[in-house]
Design a protein around this ligand. Sequence first.
Ligand SMILES: Cc1cc2nc3c(=O)[nH]c(=O)nc-3n(C[C@H](O)[C@H](O)[C@H](O)COP(=O)(O)OP(=O)(O)OC[C@H]3O[C@@H](n4cnc5c(N)ncnc54)[C@H](O)[C@@H]3O)c2cc1C
Length: 393
Amino acid sequence: MLYQTLILGAGAAGMMCARYSGPSTLVIDHARNPGEKIRISGGGRCNFTNMYAEAKNFLSANPHFCKSALARYTQWDFIELMDQHGIAWHEKTLGQLFCDGSAKQVVAMLAGELQRAGAEMWLQTSVISVTRVEQGFSVALDRDGTPQTVTCRNLVLATGGKSIPKMGSTGLAYDIARKFEVPVIDTRPGLVPFTFAEDRFKPLAGIALPSRLSNARTSFDEALLFTHRGLSGPAVLQLSSYWREGEAISVNLIPELPLYELLRDQRQAEGRRDLTTEMARLLPGRLVDHLAKELDLRGRLADQSDIALQNLCNQLSNWQLTPSGTEGYRTAEVTLGGIDTGALSSKTMEAKSVPGLYVIGEAVDVTGWLGGFNFQWAWSSGHAAGTAIADSC
Ligand SMILES: Cc1cc2nc3c(=O)[nH]c(=O)nc-3n(C[C@H](O)[C@H](O)[C@H](O)COP(=O)(O)OP(=O)(O)OC[C@H]3O[C@@H](n4cnc5c(N)ncnc54)[C@H](O)[C@@H]3O)c2cc1C
């Protein structure tokens, strides 16, 4: 079978690419349904983009690489597409845009757009082998039990990263890239909860509070959530992408609370009150119980000197913790690293050394923060490759 363009992966980036790549496009995916990660994203409401998306919200060995694609297909372009399809949305926080209704609307919109563009989609189809031939590439497929061979001029790798293997993530794009000697930067899980030894925070599971999480590289002011296995919540997921095995992190439990002033005032007004009783009026009670043991907090407010209160606030604003690890690809929202941007054109996403081979979406070494940035990269990189392919036909 002969196609102009074969796109491997009917996820966010693959479907977007097919919308633009012109005639004779086939998209294949081994899953039963397209866009499964879109369907489950954002708690089922899909955080489909971010109003403030720009290059600084992405991690990559080359922080400039994403700029071209992001500039040519922006968050406003995707918002316009949503509006054209009458899909209602709202800003939740920090520019994060979510569907009012189900994320399935976004999947249906992209599948509809793909169909309207005249592209074909084969589901439950896996890749057996990819070889270079005179016309481009020859790809042996298993289409729901039936062997098929497709020859194509353009081959687009849009199979995502390794995150959540249960959802069908395979790392196929990395294997194909290596086969063609396109370099791959080591991958690791990103946007992932931290784990701690010996169920350290188990008694605190379920507590959430505003926090500032930092390490030597960066800092995030967002919610922190204690879990049975360790720490999660937006602040933790964000910092995890900047964390390396064995490093300590700093947790500020009182980023917005003028605790020193409040405790000093209360020492004047309610000196007979226990320090921990007063703290439990300002912070979650179970957390205060835990801190009381860990930091040996005792005595009445009147017993606390200014220096003691200042030391306490310093400890709460710079709680040094060393995660034993992360929950890994099992729960990570994204994969850091991936196909080396140095080997790709930032304008077209085409591999410089393999004409006709394109890489888009999460498979590329471009990873967004939490907050709709990863889908924006999928839309923008898919659009870049799709339009470049259409222009080359
Ligand atoms: C739980 C969760 C929630 C998320 N929420 C958000 C969010 O709200 N906002 C946001 O911006 N980002 C979110 N993300 C990240 C986002 O889903 C990804 O960054 C994005 O889907 C990447 O798009 P992609 O097209 O590159 O890959 P994917 O969407 O993963 O698509 C890859 C496709 O390739 C197929 N595939 C894989 N291997 C093979 C193979 N060997 N053969 C055939 N087909 C294959 C898969 O079945 C899949 O359909 C979330 C991720 C997770 C896991």
